[in-house]
Design a protein around this ligand. Sequence first.
Ligand SMILES: Nc1ncnc2c1ncn2[C@@H]1O[C@H](COP(=O)(O)OP(=O)(O)O)[C@@H](O)[C@H]1O
Ligand SMILES: C[C@@](O)(CCOP(=O)(O)O)CC(=O)O
Length: 327
Amino acid sequence: MVTASAPGKVYLFGEHAVVYGEPAVPCAIDRRARVTVERRADDHLRVHAEDLSLDGFTVEYGGTASGDPDVDVPQSLVEAATGYVDAAVEQAREAADAPDAGFDITIESEIPLGAGLGSSAAVTAAGIYAAAEELGADLSTDEVAERAYSAELAVQEGNASRADTFCSATGGAVRVEGDDCRSLDAPDLPFVVGFDGGAGDTGALVAGVRELKNSYDFAADTVAAVGDLVRSGEAALAAGDLAELGELMNFNHGLLSALGVSSRSLDAMVWAARDAGALGAKLTGAGGGGCVVALDETEETETALRYLPGCEETFRAELDTEGVRVE
Ligand SMILES: Nc1ncnc2c1ncn2[C@@H]1O[C@H](COP(=O)(O)OP(=O)(O)O)[C@@H](O)[C@H]1O
Ligand SMILES: C[C@@](O)(CCOP(=O)(O)O)CC(=O)O
């Protein structure tokens, strides 16, 4: 039996634009997904997802003849529980040259689902690492990143950048531009996260931006403007200039709004943070609902978000320099 974990992340800058080859800077945070795998005698997968619904959720399926799982729960929940895990297991089987390996898998996660904190990338990276290790294949971090990207690409039907998966596999602050992925030196960043309790549909939001970009020049210009802003952001990060980072986060949120991926609750949390004196605030990840990230060394933003109707949870997040690891 092997348990592996991988961190979630916030985007300091660059989500959505990164899908079109602009640079992005995601930062791993100290909220992790843990995946435990145990080899089975047959080729089935039994997935127990603790955090997908209030009571947890188990589904067993597999084998060549059995087809879809025969369970009495909504199909969307089955897909949510199995999509990334299936793809992760497939990658591990390939890495270990064990195409028929079956597993009992348990997923526990501190990362809210579909909320812009990279839960799918964390589950995928931890799943690949744990399953490969259980099969005797010790994957390097770069291999996990590569395979996690392939898995996400398959599940998200070609709409995924390397940003989430590379960040989750490597940990720390990273820079991703197309296929070029590298780690960045970063100072302590005083992240405060606000979560509206909801989720966005990453695939639909990415498709929406693509459509806007194909229909309107302003949207293509906006994507390019995000790229320029990220380049300025990198310089501010290297200089440890938190005030400038905050300012650029504010601009980035405005550009994401122009691309149609913010929401009333995300805007409300961003403004509450700014009014409380945060150095900057923006939505993180795909948007539509979910989380905002603010920079604030004081307690003010957390307090403001705690009392904001529409903000379900707020917490301080630390940059996590450790990527995927065996527990
Ligand atoms: N705790 C979990 N258990 C099982 N699957 C999970 C868990 N967390 C995330 N996932 C998978 O990741 C998907 C959410 O990923 P995504 O829509 O990319 O959002 P995000 O990466 O912003 O959290 C879920 O639908 C599910 O397939
Ligand atoms: C919108 C996008 O840039 C980030 C999505 O992040 P998340 O899955 O919402 O954490 C898509 C991608 O980079 O694959």
